[in-house]
Ligand binder design. Structure first.
Ligand code: NAD
Ligand code: TYD
Length: 351
């Protein structure tokens, strides 16, 4: 039996946060799970309807960059632990508006850390920072990131996440705050906002709209099913060594072009279209500025120390994901509203 905890999950209404909250609420009825989220364009309470009436779940609307909001939730909810996911998370947006990423990811993380430092006196209280492998920069065709890799972030997004990783470690070193950090590769699955490659592509195939591929389509990403990432977070939160870092990856590398072809195959099949009939939708567009070539992660430490491994094969994961988007067209229509269309036009119209 685990001890009583009041866990603040920041960014809990986003893609990964909502999957994590559903896991924690169902698996740990003795914990109180507080979703703390500003509900930006990426936050969606519809992702959490399944748990909204659970007795051990509460939603608090708030901004991690507001000292007042953060102090209030810590005191009213008697927060014992933080799993910090709230962030601006999209690289393209960080290119068009870097300052917002510094404000949320750097200053917001610092605001949370200051409150944790003020409110907590025990090493039992844990600050868990959920971070990205993009802090390590870009790989060539060979090699993998691991816990020893030097930081070399290249985009305003990854630089802001790198800064927040460093600040978390500095609070651990200087003030004795208990922390863990995980750096994970690209996630995919249900409820991902369709600015990210996979839901954007599936939605465009369904609507017979052009599929924008940046540059040559040769850039490589390692994809992990979101359900496996939140299982890793659960393991690391409970059993990870305090003051350490864990790399999380899917051992599932795809060039963007090959991945898009797989998504076309799966989506066309789902829609009973002729095999490959959507291949003509692929449109090579101007490359992303500073586009990182390849990410790949060695998760051996997590596998050996905490016995974690991905539960789904890439084929199972991608197939389930495509089916989810095909079966949840109302979710997609609601998130691709006017605000999304303004973003979409600005991002792609002149490419
Ligand atoms: P997301 O963009 O889907 O969700 C972010 C959430 O944070 C949203 O609910 C949003 O409303 C909330 N938020 C933003 N600013 C806030 C603020 N100032 N105060 C409170 N809430 C705020 O992101 P995601 O893909 O779920 O990623 C979650 C975390 O995991 C991020 O920290 C990201 O860097 C990290 N991560 C993501 C991936 C990935 O592939 N998506 C991979 C590795 C790590
Ligand atoms: P994305 O989902 O934005 O994740 P990240 O940039 O954090 O890796 O993009 C994944 C890959 O797909 C990346 O190499 C950029 C590319 N991409 C496209 O080619 N077209 C698109 O419309 C998008 C959104 C991404």
């Amino acid at each position: 039996m685990q001890s009583k905890k009041n866990i603040l999950v920041t960014g809990g209404a986003g893609f990964i946060g909502s999957h994590l909250i559903k896991l924690l609420v169902n698996k740990y009825p003795q914990y109180r799970i507080i979703c703390f989220d500003k509900l930006t364009y990426a936050g969606n309470l519809e992702n959490l309807t399944e748990v909204e009436t659970a007795e051990n779940y509460t939603f608090v609307k708030g901004d991690i960059s507001s000292e007042e909001n953060v102090a209030k939730v810590f005191h009213e909810e008697e927060v014992t632990d933080v799993i910090h996911l709230a962030a601006e998370s999209h690289v393209d947006r960080s290119i068009s508006n870097p300052s917002q990423f510094i404000e949320t990811n750097v200053l917001g993380t610092t605001t949370l850390l200051n409150e944790a430092k003020k409110s907590w006196s025990s090493v039992e209280n844990l600050f868990y920072h959920v971070s990205t492998d993009e802090v390590f920069g870009s790989l060539g065709k060979e090699g993998f990131f691991n816990e020893e890799t030097s930081y070399d972030p290249k985009s305003p997004y990854s630089a802001s996440k790198a800064a927040s990783d460093h600040i978390v470690r500095a609070y651990g070193h200087t003030f004795g705050l208990s922390y863990v950090i995980s750096n994970c590769s690209n996630n995919y699955g249900a409820n991902q906002f369709p600015e990210k490659l996979i839901p954007l592509v599936v939605n465009n195939i369904k609507n017979s709209k052009p599929i924008p591929l940046y540059g040559t389509g040769d850039n490589i990403r390692d994809w992990l099913w979101v359900g496996d990432h939140v299982r890793a977070i659960d393991e690391i939160f409970h059993k990870g060594k305090r003051g350490e870092t864990y790399c999380v990856g899917g051992e599932n590398e795809w060039s963007n072009l090959d991945l898009v072809k797989l998504l076309i195959h799966l989506t066309d099949k789902h829609l009973d279209r002729k095999e490959g009939s959507s291949l003509g939708l692929i449109k090579f567009v101007t490359d992303r500025a500073g586009h990182d070539f390849r990410y790949a992660v060695n998760s051996r430490k997590l596998m050996e120390e905490l016995s974690w491994k991905p539960s789904l094969t890439p084929e199972e994961g991608m197939s389930q994901t495509v089916s989810w988007y095909m079966e949840n067209t109302e979710w997609m229509s609601r998130v691709t509203n006017g605000i999304y269309m303004d973003y979409y036009h600005k991002q792609y119209l002149k490419r």
